[in-house]
Design a binder for this molecule. Structure first.
Ligand SMILES: *Cc1c(COP(=O)(O)O)cnc(C)c1O
Length: 385
């Protein structure tokens, strides 16, 4: 089926016992067995749960993996829970190549948790695959990309870096949280694994924390299934149900997120209170061609530098009314934040440091005119002072 149909139907057949059209929340930890070791597909909910399984089938379908094809999805407790599963595949002495512009929590996990276990890392600018190639070590086991990046909204050429990873025989993981499978399908472009924080667009309503790993590689998939059961960071049935509900409207939400963000990016570009705008959908974005090749549209995230520096960034972030000052992204409501002081505090003083005066917007699906008016009053008021 096509994307919009899979989002509503993949893994979501009417409940076999009651005919319920919506997959129920199977709030159960255990399952009755017909004889010792003889069960009906589920034995214990860390190992498998029908609500979580429905979500996993749907997530795999949205990344292009049918139910009878090799590979699949693993639904985790959070995006970081998914990252931790990648971490468990590594041994002391292994090297992970990270992007120099990434989600702060990803950096924290590799630099402050896995480094203590003897797993090495380094960071490189992944917008140029030649730099990726020169940063490889004989021990590089994972190349980790995020595209678009958070918060600079740079792009990584998935096909080009995928080629480097293949030559190096490293696992190529793409954190596709900002793009969602609606805008970008990394597995089709050469990624081994796609990672999502389903907390963001896939859930879409700022009411759940979750994550996912998706791969076509049957050996990796088997390894991930073993590890999630062994280590335990699973998505619970209530959380899985919320993400499943979010997925159904992903396509229509993303259309509106992209449309609103495109309008806002162009508005910001011509506003005297703004000196720089970062949005892959703008022709002024240095990688606009790659965006057109790799993504269906520019997405819902925008970053900008206001004319008045760090203090202006703080004032603007405090003075929007519709754009809530909050961390996170990808919900129906618009959010504003200053990454250096909020989401990216953990990368302060490192190669991943972000500009102190950068403002990040998560553009919601409210009426565009209300959003434009809100930003205009915050920016113009500040600019005129
Ligand atoms: C939020 C986020 C994560 C981490 O996900 P959690 O669900 O918060 O654990 C990872 N990568 C990106 C790009 C994110 O935005």
């Amino acid at each position: 089926m096509r994307f919009e149909t899979d989002a509503i139907h993949a893994g979501q057949q009417p409940d076999p016992t009651t005919g319920a059209v919506v997959v129920p929340v199977y709030a159960t930890s255990t399952y009755v067995q017909d004889a010792p070791g003889e069960h009906r597909g589920f034995e214990y909910s860390r190992t498998g749960n029908p609500t979580r399984q429905a979500l996993e089938v749907a997530l795999a379908a949205l990344e292009g993996i049918g139910e009878d094809e090799p590979g699949g999805a693993i639904a985790t407790s959070s995006g970081m829970g998914a990252t931790s599963i990648i971490g468990y595949t590594l041994r002391p002495g292994d090297h992970v190549l990270l992007p120099n512009d990434a989600y702060g929590g990803t950096f924290r996990f590799f630099a402050r948790v896995l480094a203590e276990q003897g797993i090495e890392w380094s960071a490189v600018d992944m917008t140029d695959e030649r730099l990726v190639r020169t940063a490889l070590r004989p021990t590089t086991r994972v190349i980790w990309a995020e595209t678009p990046t958070n918060p600079m909204l740079r792009l990584v050429d998935i096909a080009a870096v995928g080629e480097v990873a293949r030559e190096a025989e490293a696992m190529f993981v793409v954190d596709s949280t900002f793009a969602t499978p609606y805008l970008q399908r990394p597995l089709d472009l050469g990624a081994d694994v796609v990672l999502h924080s389903t907390t963001k667009y896939l859930g879409g309503h700022s009411d759940v924390v979750g994550g996912a790993l998706i791969t076509r590689n049957p050996d990796l998939f088997a390894r991930f299934r073993f590890l999630i059961n062994a280590a335990g960071p699973i998505a619970g049935p209530f959380d899985a149900w919320l993400v499943l509900r979010g997925l159904k409207t992903l396509a229509v939400r993303m259309e509106r997120h992209c449309e609103n963000a495109g309008r806002i990016a162009r508005f910001l570009e011509s506003h005297p209170g703004v000196v720089d705008v970062f949005y892959p959908g703008l022709e002024s974005h240095p990688q606009h061609d790659l965006a057109a090749r790799q993504m269906r549209a520019g997405g819902g995230m925008i970053s900008l530098i206001p004319a008045g520096g760090v203090s202006a960034a703080g004032r603007i972030a405090r003075s929007t009314k519709l754009f809530f000052l909050a961390e996170s992204l990808g919900g129906v409501e618009s959010l504003i934040e200053v990454p250096a002081a909020m989401t990216h505090l953990s990368v302060d003083g490192t190669a991943l440091e972000v500009p102190a005066d950068l403002i990040r917007l998560s553009v919601g699906i409210e009426h565009i005119d209300d959003l434009l008016e809100d930003l205009d009053q915050a920016l113009s008021h500040d600019h005129e002072q």
